[in-house]
Write a protein that binds this ligand. Sequence first.
Ligand SMILES: *[C@@H]1O[C@H](CO)[C@@H](O)[C@H](O)[C@H]1NC(C)=O
Length: 288
Amino acid sequence: MASSMALACYIIVLGVSVVCWKGAEAQRAFFVFGDSLVDNGNNNYLATSARADAPPYGIDYPTRRATGRFSNGYNIPDFISQALGAESTLPYLDPELNGERLLVGANFASAGIGILNDTGIQFVNIIRIYRQLQYWEEYQQRVSAIIGSEQTQSLINGALVLITLGGNDFVNNYYLVPYSARSRQYNLPDYVKYIISEYKKILARLYELGARRVLVTGTGPLGCVPAELAQRSSNGECSAELQRAASLFNPQLVQIIRQLNSEIGSEVFVAVNTQQMHIDFISNPQRY
Ligand SMILES: *[C@@H]1O[C@H](CO)[C@@H](O)[C@H](O)[C@H]1NC(C)=O
């Protein structure tokens, strides 16, 4: 498909510079949606307490500075970009994301958000998932203005998409405080059913907006997250309640992914077994 693309050029207004982009050589674009596990700096541009713009974040990043990634160094989207042979996508709110750089893709993720609109309200000004999807529509219009709507469509359809959601619906909503509103409304199994049904709508919307290959990560061992160990564990054991949440969420996520794929008639959504990956590197660290 890519090889049939024509050489596309655009001229920067008032410009001396003519930028050419050869479809045949274009990288596969990459788009990222979700929470802090995949945010690479959007929250730096927002008035929120959910931010990673100070040490020790970034201490192992090439620049040794905090970038807005919730990581000591690279995060998962960086490694996927590297595997695609591409530069890391920029945060969508980064003013440098314009012109040709748009064609690499974009990262819409925002720390603190969840599947539900009321997840992360304590962080106030964050980009909730439906807003991230709106930004993707806006992105597509901006790219259309550069390479035309047909080429944009094939860029979007040919792209790899990553979405990481769900952890915050537990740790920053249901389990945020004892007797949270959501935990009074639902017992855990019903809450999981509810957020899974909401997640299915979000994934269906991604498909409507043109996504054709989407990596959907499950949640890792939520009860073993250091912040949860600090708050909930007196003996160093992972929190059983949060472990239970993850063990209910992950298989149901796989189930809706199967349903969506069969409704669509194509393997659009790919379940990523985050839980197993964690167990692998904890039980077999030499391999990493
Ligand atoms: C969340 O917000 C979006 C738009 O802001 C809305 O379309 C959606 O229905 C809301 N979800 C729920 C569960 O209320």
